[in-house]
Design a protein around this ligand. Sequence first.
Ligand SMILES: Cc1cc2nc3c(=O)[nH]c(=O)nc-3n(C[C@H](O)[C@H](O)[C@H](O)COP(=O)(O)OP(=O)(O)OC[C@H]3O[C@@H](n4cnc5c(N)ncnc54)[C@H](O)[C@@H]3O)c2cc1C
Ligand code: FES
Length: 290
Amino acid sequence: MKQSLCAITSNVEISPGIHLMWLEAPDIAAIAQPGQFITVRCEGLALRRPFSIHQVVIASEAKQSQVAILFKVVGKGTLWLSQHQRGDKVDILGLLGNGFSVGPSSRNLLLVAGGIGIAPLVFLARSASPQHAITLIYGASTAKELYPFSSLPLTLNPSPSKGEGKGEGEKRSNLLSLPDSVRFIPVTEDGSIGKKGMVTDILPDFLGWAEQVYACGPIDMYKTMANMSLRAKRSNLKVRMCQVSLEVRMGCGIGACYGCTINTRKGLKKVCHDGPVFELDDILWEEVSI
Ligand SMILES: Cc1cc2nc3c(=O)[nH]c(=O)nc-3n(C[C@H](O)[C@H](O)[C@H](O)COP(=O)(O)OP(=O)(O)OC[C@H]3O[C@@H](n4cnc5c(N)ncnc54)[C@H](O)[C@@H]3O)c2cc1C
Ligand code: FES
C-alpha cells in the first residue's frame, strides 16, 4: 500500500452524473486485481473516499501505466473529484483490499452488475476473457444510465484528433469496449433497453450455465440474491459460488478503525481489509446496512 499524488489524464462525464477518470498510477496498475480498490483524499473531507479499480492499462513505458475509476456523483467528495481536469493531481492510497478470485477449473462466469456496480466487473470481464466464457447481466433504471460501452479501441492518450472537439475526442477515446467473447445482457427497470425488470428477475435463467457468479450492486440486489441462494439450498439444488463486492461506508480504509466491520458466518470481518469481496452466503445480510 502506497500513498501517491497521481496526475489525472482524463475525466469525462460519460453519462449523467457518472464520471470515468483515468489516472497515471504505474505502481497500482502493475499489481491491481479486479475487485481491489483505492481511496482518494477529497479536499475538505476528513475521510478518504473508496473507489474500485475499473480498468488498468499497462503502457510500454511503465511509468505511464494508468488506472481508471468510474464513479457516480452522490455527495461532497465525488462532486469535488468530478470537477478536476486533465493535469490536476489527486492523492491516492492503494492498492487496497482483496479482489475476486476465479477457480482454476471454472469456465463459465456470470457477472451481475447493478448501477455503478459495473465499475469493478468491467475489469473482471476484461481480465478473465477470452480464457473464460462470460455473461454480463447489467441493470439500471433506464437506458441512459447504462455505461455507454464503445466498440472503439482503448487508447492511452486521450488527446482529441485534429478537427475534433476536445470533449468528444476525450469521451470517444476513453470509453471501453467489452471483449467480443462477453455476452452482454442489459436490463432496465423501465424497459427502455434490453429486458424489462431487475437483474435478479433474469438471473435464475443463467444459474444452470454459470460455474461461478460475481456481483456488484446495491444492497437490495444482494439480499434478493441471498434469499434465492437460501431457497435453492432448502430445495437441495446445487448452489453456485457467488462472490460479491460490498461497498459499505468506510473510515480509514486500511483496517485500523473497525468502522467497516460486518458480521459474517465466519465472525466479524473488516470490509476494507478482509474484503471488499466476500462469499454471498457468508454474510449475515439482515445485519448489514449501508
Ligand atoms: C470498496 C468500495 C468500492 C467502491 N467503489 C465505487 C466505485 O467504483 N464507484 C462509485 O461511484 N462508488 C464506489 N463506492 C462508493 C463511494 O465510495 C461513495 O459513493 C463515496 O464515498 C461517496 O462519497 P461522497 O463524499 O461523494 O458522498 P457522501 O457525502 O459521503 O454521501 C452521499 C450519499 O451517498 C451515500 N453513500 C456514501 N458512501 C456510500 C457507499 N459506500 N455505498 C453506498 N452509498 C454510499 C451516503 O449514504 C449519502 O446518502 C465504493 C465504496 C467502497 C466501500
Ligand atoms: S474502514 Fe477502518 S477498518 Fe475498515
